[in-house]
Design a protein. Structure first.
Length: 188
């Protein structure tokens, strides 16, 4: 197969670009995509259908598009003594694992989700728990490097149609089908 379908695997290079107040940023990732299973940003899967090696698609997302949720409820103020770390000191603009904040509901010490310090003084820390890229515009390019036929499908597709399951034993068990009709089968 030399073009992408819903049943394809493809090696794709993703390029994500955005601007901050400090610089223009670019990240690249070369990965294999399973189009039956993997979830891509809105519109990208449909754009990639029918594409071949060397083809590329582009998508842009504004902060208002909601690709990465950005909620005012995720901007919180905590007491400075809730920042608990033996090795880290809170600094403005830096990212820290959420687990260093104590006394927050559903936050445990091993939580590595990042938050950013958006304000700090002697008594309080303003923390932004939203995704770090939630408030910037994102430009995504996906370039198809190669396409593959999946070697096999995994799962139990069609297994609901097997009503009688053979099992070693000397007794027979009747298993009703969807219409309530009984079918014979060896079973336990």
């Amino acid at each position: 197969m030399n073009y992408i379908t819903q049943d394809s695997l493809a090696e794709i290079e993703f390029q994500l670009r955005w601007k901050s107040s400090e610089a223009e940023h670019e990240e690249r990732l070369l990965t294999k995509v399973n189009f039956w299973r993997d979830i891509l940003p809105p519109g990208v899967s449909n754009q990639l259908m029918g594409k071949r090696s060397g083809d590329r698609v582009e998508a842009s997302y504004t902060p208002q598009a909601g690709l990465l949720p950005n909620s005012p409820a995720n901007r919180i103020t905590v007491n400075r003594n809730q920042f608990f770390s033996e090795t880290l000191t809170p600094r403005y603009g830096r990212f820290y694992p959420l687990g260093v904040l104590r006394g927050l509901p559903c936050v445990f010490p091993g939580n590595i989700k990042p938050f950013r310090v958006k304000g700090i003084d002697e008594t309080c820390i303003q923390a932004d728990l939203n995704h770090p890229l939630a408030d910037v515009g994102l430009d995504l390019t996906a370039e198809v490097q190669d396409t593959f036929v999946k070697p096999s499908k995994h799962g139990c597709a069609g297994s609901h149609e097997r009503l009688a399951v053979p099992c070693p034993g000397k007794f027979r068990r009747e298993i009703p089908d969807r219409a309530g009709n009984e079918r014979g089968g060896n079973g336990g």
